[in-house]
Design a protein around this ligand. Structure first.
Ligand code: 13P
Length: 404
């Protein structure tokens, strides 16, 4: 799986309502660790660079690192320039090979922001890249960009007009989110995401991901936040991991740089793995991965049992896999992530999927529709949709709506 355009990653996430982590990296070690975590978790990831990071490393060296680290990579990845108010620098990164850019015109009058964004979208298209747009500043200063003052939010009609006129691929509205560390649990205007998506189905970027609760992520992703930005969490893990290792090195009077790199890499990978996949509930068990399972899995929810059973089946590396409603007890976010992982898992084996939900059979080679034990239709997902078949089936109609 090569490096892909941002749109390819976020459109699918948006359609199937799962979130893809967009993680700001700060150097070679963190870039490699986040990519390694994505490969290990078999999950897509968006690698973001701030303008400050690009300038501090140098655009040529940073891009050469990206090229080298993603050569032959097995999961979809994409390189994104985060908040950039500098129009010329946008062009430089687009022509260097960044897959997408966020033009941060949020301090400009909307009309001026809109005019420049139209121009940037045209330029991005000419090099096969994508554009994220914003009309209100996200609260907080990140890598020298932004302000701690909360900006006024524009009306829904202004936001929609901006999205339609500019043709951007991803929209980043202010919803009470902020960059940096939240002093208290943020109060988020989730309805604003739903209102925008209902009127204009566009993948939404959720900024200020560090410090949001699982419930907030689940809710916002289900409403259309397909790109989930994380920066501060990585910076904290990176700095604290270095500090902890160096304090230990001083105590031991042992100074071995490769051991420092390995320790920090492991911590950054773990943090990134937590953002890109769903093993949180295993981590939350008292014994984590060593937790003994009780009789019939008591103490676990139905969805958790389903995930564990799934992992157990795969541990046998079977040639034939039969999934009978394998995701029926999962929440929509976990289901969507598992469905994405299934695409990989199914490679090289024959898989039968018994499903009532369309999201799980979208990529099937052949779908058989049963009615009272008799096959009444057969074909691919697209063929059946064209013939209007799936829409007439109970349960599938709503799944089709949810999957865009
Ligand atoms: P945090 O720094 O709060 O994780 O936000 C990241 C972000 O939104 C980058 O644009």
């Amino acid at each position: 799986m090569p490096v892909v355009p941002l749109k390819e990653i976020v459109d699918r996430a948006f359609a199937e309502r799962y979130g893809v982590a967009a993680i700001n990296v700060v150097n070679d070690l963190t870039m490699e660790a986040v990519l390694a975590a994505a490969v290990e978790q078999r999950a897509p990831v968006i690698i973001q660079t701030s303008v400050k990071t690009v300038r501090s490393i140098g655009i040529d060296l940073l891009f050469a690192m990206w090229r080298a680290m993603t050569a032959g990579i097995e999961v979809p990845v994409t390189l994104h320039l985060d908040h950039c108010p500098d129009r010329e620098f946008i062009s430089v990164c687009l022509h260097k090979g960044w897959n997408s850019v966020l033009f941060d015109g949020s301090r400009l009058p909307v009309a001026e922001n809109q005019r420049l964004t139209v121009d940037i979208v045209a330029e991005a298209r000419s090099v096969g890249a994508n554009v994220e747009g914003e009309i209100e500043a996200i609260t907080g200063v990140e890598d020298g960009i932004g302000s701690d003052e909360e900006a006024d939010r524009e009306s829904l009609s202004v936001a929609l007009e901006f999205i339609r006129t500019t043709g951007i691929d991803v929209f980043a509205p202010a919803i009470g989110n902020a960059h940096g560390v939240y002093r208290a649990e943020p109060k988020l205007d989730a309805q604003r995401v739903s209102d925008i998506v209902a009127a204009e189905p566009i993948p939404i970027a959720l900024h200020g991901g560090t410090g949001m609760t699982d419930a907030q992520f689940t809710d916002l992703i289900a409403r259309g936040c397909a790109k989930v930005n994380i920066s501060t969490a990585l910076k904290i893990v990176y700095m604290k991991s270095n500090l902890a290792f160096l304090e230990g090195a001083r105590e031991r009077n042992s100074w071995d740089p490769p051991s420092l790199f390995a320790a920090v890499r492991a911590d950054v990978m773990q943090m990134a793995a937590e953002q890109v996949n769903v093993h949180d509930f295993i981590e939350s068990l008292p014994g984590s991965y060593q937790e003994p399972l009780r009789e019939r899995g008591s103490g676990l929810s139905t969805g958790q049992k389903q995930l564990i059973n799934f992992a157990r089946a795969l541990a046998h590396n079977p040639r034939i896999l039969i999934l009978d409603e394998a995701t029926s007890a999962l929440d929509p976010v976990t289901e969507a992530r598992l469905t994405a992982a299934l695409d990989e898992v199914m490679k090289g084996r024959t898989t039968f999927v018994i499903a009532h939900r369309l999201a799980t059979i979208r990529n099937a080679t052949r779908i058989l529709v049963f009615d009272q034990g008799r096959v009444i239709e057969a074909g691919t997902y697209d063929e059946l949709v064209q013939r209007g078949i799936l829409l007439t089936m109970n349960g599938l109609a709503s799944a089709l709506r949810n999957s865009g």
